[in-house]
Structure formats: C-alpha cells, structure tokens
Design a protein around this ligand. Structure first.
Ligand code: EPZ
Length: 429
C-alpha cells in the first residue's frame, strides 16, 4: 500500500495550474457513447477514476487512447459487455453509462454502482428517469439489465437536485424522440459543462445551469472535440492548503464564479482572497476565526469542500459549526483529525470544531477521497511528521498531488508502507 509522508509546518507559497474537472470529465465520458466516431477530450485529469472509466468504456467496445492529456474515444462500434464488478463498484459514475448505452445499442447489463463510503448514495432518481424515458430496468443479483426499443421524451421531476441524475438523464434524453423536461435539475457547473458538450455534438439542450432543463431529443449526434473545464474542487483544496499553512497561494486557469461559496467563507474566516479573471489568490490572515458552514447544492457551500474546510477550521480561533446536509456520513475525517490534536465533537451530521493553536503530526488513514484531502491539508499544517495511509482514495480525484504541493514548497513524499510491520518503508520517489 502507498502512503504520503508529510513534514508539516511549512508555509505554502506560489502558483499552481489546476487540472481538468474529474466530475465533469466522468459525466462527459459517459455521454461520448451517444455518437458514432471518435471524440477528443482535452484537459482530462489523469486520476484513477478517469482511468477506470476509460477501461469501462472499452468493455463496451469503445477504443480509448490517451495522448498527452487528451483522450481519444472511438465509439463507432459498441456492444454489451461483462463489466468487472470490482471496476464498476469502484466508481459511481459507471452507472451514468446505462442510459446513453441503452439509447445507443438497446440493451446493457451493469453491476450496481459503488463510490466513496459517505452515505447510502441511492440511484432511485436515475431509475425513475430512465423508466420515464421508456427504458425497462431489472435488478437481480446486484446487476442492472436495461432494455429499450425506443426512448421517448418525458417530464421528469427530481425529488433531490441530484447532479448525477441530472447528468445521466440529460444525456440519455438527447436520443429520446420528442421533448424531455427535467424539473428541479441540479445546477452544478459540471451539469452545464455536460450540456455544452452535448450541444457541441449536435444535441438541443436548453436551461442547463437552471433548475429546469429542456432537451429536444432524437437528432443523430456527431463526435466532437471538447476541453474539460478546470476542477473547482482541486482549486478549492489548494486554496485551503495556502490558508491552513499560513501561506500565500494562487490557483490559475480556473473559473472564480464557480468558487463563490468557498471565497466568501475564506474571507469570513479572515483570509485575504484576491480574484482575477481566471485565477484566485489566497493570503492567510493573522488571526483567522471559526465560522458556520452548511453544505448545500450548488451554489451553496459544496459538500466536497466540507472535509478539507473542516481541516482548516481546526486551527481557526473559536468555535466552527459544520453541518453536512447532502450526505449522511461524510465524517471519515473527524476521528483522524482529532488524532492530530484537533478538537472536533461530532453530533450526527454536524461537526462542532473548537479551534486549537496547532495540530501535531500523526499516522492517519483516509476513508474517502475528500477526507484524504483533509488529512493532507492537516499534515501540511501540523508540527512534525504525518503519514496519510489509504491514499488510493486521494488518487481518485487529485492528479500529481505530490508535484503540486512540492511546487508550493510543501514537504510531501509518496512512500510504500509494509503492511505486516505497519512501518513505513523506503521512499518511492
Ligand atoms: C456528484 O455525486 C459528485 N460525484 C460528488 O462528488 C458530489 O459530492 C455530489 O455530486 C454532490 O455535489 C461526481 O460527480 C462523480 P448527487 P452524485 O446525486 O451525482 C441524493 C467527489 O468527492 N440522491 O448529487 O452521486 C444523494 O443521496 C464526489 O468528487 C438521491 O436521493 O451526487 C445525495 O443526498 C463525492 N437519489 C444527493 O442526492 C438519487 O438517485 C446528492 O447526490 C441520486 C442522488
């Protein structure tokens, strides 16, 4: 197993370019199957989730080629396939393939999805929407079988503005004959990015970025070239790395409008945020104070930034109250942060964080992607050495974390841990 060895206490300074959005790329990589021919995606983040998704596409007949950060995906000839259960359960967006594949080839089987252990993560809204579009679904022994002779447009109301369900159904509806209207749709930037991609392929999607999306379906879609927008969650994480270490960090190649909640909360804490047209600079304040955070669907405070933000708040003066309203158990970071000297009381979905003067290095374990990111931030701020284990979770969503943090002056190394001795072995690089 790999781990990060971090020597904390260094202020991070400098500029980083942010990679393409994992969550936008994963949704778009499902939609590429809608068109025959080769789509070229630029600025695809090289993370384990996108690599897994590429392998999954190949199971269904796509030909995938990575070429210097671009992904060429040829979906000329697709067929049903026996996707490996482990692979499918490792990424939740495997599920978003069902609709586009059944719209294209009429029949597909897929194991039920997985994803990070942060909550139940139901797919009832996805299923409800596919049925409304005329697909037949059957779930037996943990595998979905989906059939559709012809998909037809429909009105779909989402009980929860689910990003995934909005993306999945919007893409599928582009091949359904007639008009589909998705009510209470998610307005996350990754939904808007997918709509732009679909329209680039010749679809007719209107209203993305609002809670009502209208899709005029049925046109034949053509493959295209598309550049994945930057990852607002990686950007937010590196801004917090600057803030938690008392440093001065600029993230470039981003869309500041996608970071409103994080910008405002960092300013409320007492950090200085300077905004450019496609960059953001954070300068840590001298006495930063705790705040209240309540995660909400976009444009509210993003649930994916809750754990990294909580790590930062552990060393902000006074009491912070962090309420996670999207997932029922996005709390894998709390116990581990307390091992580093944080003072967090967890009451259900709410963390009550009493700020401490400093964290102390420790050996901690990541339980999911963003909890892992939170532990890295804490290690960078802590006095002494930290070892963050189970970093395969972090590999899901952060490409070149070591290189990025080192470029800001952080001391982090990826190492191999010897399971049996529980000790840390030689340095990998
Ligand atoms: C996407 O997950 C992201 N993943 C998540 O990021 C992110 O946390 C989440 O959106 C919310 O912003 C990807 O884009 C790959 P949801 P998704 O459907 O689409 C409920 C990360 O760290 N719901 O918007 O699966 C669900 O229980 C990952 O990058 C239903 O009730 O999230 C949750 O409470 C973690 N029924 C809420 O909606 C459904 O059918 C939001 O889930 C679907 C969802």
């Amino acid at each position: 197993m790999s781990a990060y060895h971090i020597r904390g206490g260094r202020k991070l300074h400098g500029e980083v370019d942010v990679a393409g959005s994992k969550n936008a790329a994963l949704a778009i990589m499902s939609a590429v199957v809608l068109a025959e021919g080769t789509t070229i995606l630029h600025n695809v983040p090289n993370v384990s989730d996108t690599r897994t998704k590429a392998s999954l596409l190949e199971v269904f007949g796509a030909k995938v080629q990575w070429r210097e950060g671009s992904l060429l995906i040829d979906c000329s000839r697709l067929h049903d396939g026996e996707a490996d259960e482990e692979m499918v359960r490792s990424i939740r967006t495997s599920f978003y393939l069902l609709g586009p594949l059944v719209a294209r080839i009429g029949f597909v089987t897929l194991p039920a999805p997985g994803g990070c252990k942060i909550g139940a993560r139901p797919v009832d809204l996805h299923v409800k929407g596919l049925l409304a579009l005329g697909a037949e679904l059957e779930l037996s022994e943990g595998r979905y079988t989906v059939r559709a002779k012809e998909l037809r447009g429909s009105e779909i109301y989402l009980d929860v503005p689910s990003a995934g369900a909005t993306q999945h159904l919007m893409a599928t509806a582009t091949l359904a004959k007639g008009i589909t209207v998705i009510q209470n749709a998610a307005i996350e930037p990754e939904v808007t990015a997918l709509a732009e991609f679909l329209n680039r392929m010749g679809a007719n999607v209107e209203g993305a970025g609002t809670s009502t999306i209208t899709i005029q379906g049925g046109a034949k879609l053509e493959p295209c070239g598309f550049t994945i927008p930057s990852d607002r969650l990686q950007a937010g994480t590196y801004l917090l790395a600057g803030a938690i270490t008392g440093g001065d960090v600029t993230v470039k190649g981003i869309i500041p409008d996608n970071q409103t909640a994080v910008i405002n909360k960092l300013r409320e804490v007492g950090a200085e945020l300077i905004e450019g047209p496609d960059w953001l600079r954070v300068k840590a304040g001298t006495n930063m104070k705790g705040v209240r955070i309540k995660t909400m669907p976009y444009p509210g405070f993003p649930t994916d930034m809750q754990q990294p933000m909580s790590a930062f708040l552990t060393i902000c003066e006074g009491v912070s109250v962090v309420e996670e309203t999207i997932y029922e158990s996005r709390i894998g970071h709390v116990q581990e942060l307390n091992r580093m000297g944080a003072n967090i009381l967890q009451e259900g979905r709410t963390s009550i964080i009493n700020g401490v003067a400093r964290l102390r290095g420790a050996t901690v374990s990541a339980s999911d992607l963003r909890a892992g990111a939170a532990l890295v931030l804490a290690g960078l701020a802590a006095e002494g050495e930290s070892f963050v284990q189970n970093i395969h979770f972090i590999d899901r969503g952060y490409d070149d974390l070591v290189g990025t943090i080192r470029s800001l002056g952080g001391d982090i190394t990826r190492i191999q841990t010897q399971e049996k001795r529980g000790k840390v072995g030689e340095t990998l690089h």
